[in-house]
Design a protein around this ligand. Structure first.
Ligand code: NAD
Length: 272
């Protein structure tokens, strides 16, 4: 766990899908920066409450509340932002992290699973970004806490650039997210809203447990990682904390790959 250094004191951060994996680690890391935390969950109520207790019991952190919402449902996302503003006064950072995988060969992909993945991974990110921008503009600058009007961090994936056979719905959602993020940057950069993505590579969480939990699966995964280590959620937490802080103020419209080099196509190491 990183040391607290107060980079988000008096700021309020929403984390979607924060009851597990990357979202939980990012909420803990950014909580340790002194910010208030909204722990969004969809199915892990107990885990979300445990995380909020951990933050509330930690004197380096701000205050945490939990909020259940399905990020693909407009009304629920609006309710989450309304609750955050009524409780904490505003939103300064949104980490749109919730995501799912429903894998099928394309010719067997049911339309329902195509739509579900796009709904959560892309529409959910749009809804959270839209509500963030509405709130940033309503609230106006708070120069005493940040040079930016507000910060949006999308949790993307190396699959925003690496095609993924058998996972076309997931890859399409993350590819779409790249254009969403860049378009937001173009549209709202002039208002000093920063919008960036983090693209994790292979990180040990529930979403890919079936792969890394077996010896063979872990070995296959390592072949894709030049740095020869499978990532952990804390690898993303430390980058997200920095990306939300003013230390990275001039970074806008960028995807930061946190992947041990996976996007350098290690399959070509020995001449392809
Ligand atoms: P995870 O399964 O632990 O986390 C996903 C979270 O999203 C869960 O807490 C889940 O409850 C929540 N969620 C699912 N549907 C939701 C909905 N409709 N509304 C709100 N929350 C919902 O897996 P993770 O690896 O921590 O994934 C987090 C993000 O990181 C995802 O966007 C995923 O695509 C991305 N990612 C993960 C990896 C990896 O290797 N683990 C790699 C690249 C990208």
């Amino acid at each position: 766990m990183q040391k607290p250094n107060g980079r988000l004191v008096n700021q309020t951060c929403i984390f979607t899908g924060a009851s597990s994996g990357i979202g939980k680690a990012v909420a803990m890391a950014m909580g340790m920066e002194g910010g208030n935390v909204v722990v969004n969950y969809h199915s892990g109520k107990k885990e979300a409450e445990e995380l909020a207790h951990w933050i509330n019991d930690n004197s380096d952190c701000g205050e945490a509340i939990v909020f259940k919402c399905d990020v693909s449902e407009e009304k629920e996302v609006k309710a989450m932002f309304k609750k955050t503003v009524s409780h904490f006064g505003t939103v300064d950072v949104c980490v749109a992290n919730a995501g799912i995988q429903l894998d099928h060969p394309l010719h067997e992909m049911p339309l329902t699973d195509w739509k579900k993945v796009l709904d959560v991974n892309l529409t959910g990110q749009f809804l959270c970004a839209r509500e963030s921008i509405i709130e940033f503009k309503r609230r106006g600058f708070r120069k005493e806490v940040s040079k930016s009007l507000g910060k949006i961090i999308h949790m993307s994936s190396v699959h925003e650039v690496i095609p993924w056979a058998g996972h076309a719905n997931y890859a399409a959602s993350k590819g779409g997210l790249l254009m969403l993020m860049e378009s937001i940057c173009q549209e709202y950069g002039p208002e000093k809203i920063r919008c960036n993505s983090i693209a994790p590579g292979g990180i040990k969480t529930d979403i890919n447990k079936d792969v890394w939990s077996s010896k063979e699966g872990a070995e296959t995964m390592l072949k894709l990682i030049p740095y020869k280590r499978i990532g952990i959620p804390e690898d993303i937490g430390s980058v997200a904390s920095w990306l939300a802080s003013d230390e990275s103020e001039y970074i806008n419209g960028t995807t930061i790959f946190v992947d041990g080099g996976m996007t350098c196509y290690p399959g070509f190491t020995t001449n392809g």
